[in-house]
Design a protein around this ligand. Structure first.
Ligand SMILES: CC(=O)N[C@H]1[C@@H](OP(=O)(O)OP(=O)(O)OC[C@H]2O[C@@H](n3ccc(=O)[nH]c3=O)[C@H](O)[C@@H]2O)O[C@H](CO)[C@@H](O)[C@@H]1O
Ligand SMILES: C=C(OP(=O)(O)O)C(=O)O
Length: 429
């Protein structure tokens, strides 16, 4: 059990750079399996999900060289993967599901009964993935486990997805990149991490059109080459550092080239009273009024709603909730994506927060709370650990976040980075 112990009420200050985006590096690692040529990735975050992928690659017989300090990774897969290791997929991470397409393309068969659930946000469906693979010609054997075979090179498909799923769009991109002809996915996800995978596949030799939109068109290549790509900065981590800096009463600058993707994200945090100075390549949180911007429509409750990109991301809702607990006014948070992502809100009461879970998707946080330090328990949800920390760091006195380990899935050297900014935060086992 790894807990975070924080003595709140100390202002953070300084300048920091975010790490690479977990949800970009993982599909990019899946794409490395589409070629026998060497692939080099830079700005690779030192996170446990990456470690699990690299352990899997080593077991497959791949050459892996990873300089964690320099954040540079070089991977080269053998022509024939070690068949004994193929079905030992990484556990307890959602991205394992994206290994299905490249493994089927290379090996032709995959039996799969792992828990590809990742964060405990509700049901993490695999149906859209299997549906896409079946459309491209994969056959599913009868029985309880998922047992897929794919014979030969798939042919292009036109698919209209039920909803814009991030990882299912990535599964589509991976298989369509090697299919014969031009495939089209309508209702595609368009998050910055999806765009990063598109750009990598283009460098490897596929043609991808519509990058960043809800309709992707992919012309596959019979074989793909290597690539040398930079993993994009993590926009979740940019927002995290800014929120922590602001609620601590400090002034923190985050330098990044991902800020062009963040206007709506900054606007939503500004609704909670955080003040920003945005410059080319850097954003500074300069203050926190604690006031919630009142809607001009008088009957409305101020709200922050999360949905597939280009909406405000579901993976930033807990961080915004962590800010709102210290605001003077009420805010409704609306998670349009997950049906099980708000249950942890009961923990907030331990900090003295008054809130109301209206239904599985909607939480109202009331303003004007008398906050007190507390010991709270985090669920297996990366961003909730961060949200609870944002609450704790603004409260003078010692708080403890139990089971904070999931933060290591996405945020490298988290406590160390915050300590450098002046936080009093330590790991306890
Ligand atoms: C490894 C990775 O990249 N994980 C991310 C990915 O997960 P993941 O790809 O699993 O998430 P999906 O985009 O598939 O959405 C998750 C669930 O939300 C529901 N849903 C989603 C969209 C929609 O329009 N309607 C709907 O009902 C579905 O039940 C779906 O199963 O995207 C999520 C949503 O941004 C993020 O939280 C995860 O961090
Ligand atoms: C929910 C997340 O990750 P995963 O889908 O890998 O569980 C996340 O990155 O916040």
């Amino acid at each position: 059990m790894a807990n975070l112990v924080v003595n709140g009420g100390r202002p953070l200050s300084g300048t920091i750079r975010p790490n690479g985006n977990k949800n970009a590096v993982l599909p990019m690692l899946c794409a490395t399996l589409l070629t026998d040529a060497p692939v080099r990735l830079t700005n690779v975050p030192d996170i446990t999900d990456v470690d699990k992928f690299l352990d899997y690659f080593r077991a497959l017989g791949s050459a892996v060289s990873y300089d964690k300090a320099a954040q540079i990774l070089e991977v080269r897969h053998p022509t024939a993967l070690n068949a004994d290791a193929i079905e030992q997929l990484p556990l307890r991470i959602r991205s394992a599901i994206m290994l299905l397409a490249p493994i089927l393309l290379r090996h032709g068969r995959l039996r799969f009964d792992v828990d590809a659930k990742g964060c405990a946000l509700g049901i993490r469906e695999i149906d859209p993935h299997i549906a896409i693979l079946r459309r491209f010609g994969a056959e599913q054997a009868a029985g309880d486990e998922i047992d897929l075979t794919l014979a030969g090179r798939p042919s292009a498909q036109a698919i209209w997805a039920e909803y814009a799923s991030v990882t299912a769009t990535e599964t589509f991109l991976l298989i369509a990149s090697m299919a014969e002809g031009t495939s089209v996915l309508t209702n595609a996800a368009s998050e910055p991490h999806v765009q990063a995978l598109c750009h990598m596949l283009v460098e490897m030799g596929a043609t991808v059109e519509g990058i960043g939109t809800s309709r992707l068109s992919v012309t596959g290549a019979a074989s793909l080459g290597g690539a040398d790509r930079r993993v994009p900065d993590d926009h979740h981590e940019v927002a995290t550092f800014l929120a922590l800096g602001g609620v601590s009463g400090g002034r923190v600058t985050v330098e990044s080239d991902i800020l062009g993707e963040m206007p709506l994200i900054l606007d939503q945090f500004a609704k909670l009273g955080l003040q920003f100075d945005v410059q080319p390549g850097a954003v500074t949180v300069t203050g926190w009024t604690r006031d919630v911007t009142p809607p001009l429509t008088a009957q409305m409750t101020p709200k922050i709603e999360a949905a597939p990109w280009p909406y405000f991301p579901a993976d930033l809702l807990p961080q915004a909730i962590g800010v709102a607990v210290g605001c003077t006014g009420d805010v409704m948070f609306w998670n349009k994506v997950y049906e099980g992502a708000m249950g942890w809100s009961a923990e907030l009461a331990k900090f003295g927060v008054r809130c109301h879970l209206s239904d599985p998707h909607r939480l109202i946080v009331f303003g004007g709370n008398r906050l007190k330090p507390a010991e709270v328990e985090a669920p297996y949800i990366i961003r909730v650990v961060v949200g609870l920390l944002i609450a704790a760091i603004q409260i003078p006195g010692q708080s403890r976040i139990l089971n904070a380990g999931p933060v290591k899935r996405a945020h490298p050297n988290f406590a160390e980075n915050l300590t450098r900014l002046g936080a009093d935060i330590t790991w306890e086992n």
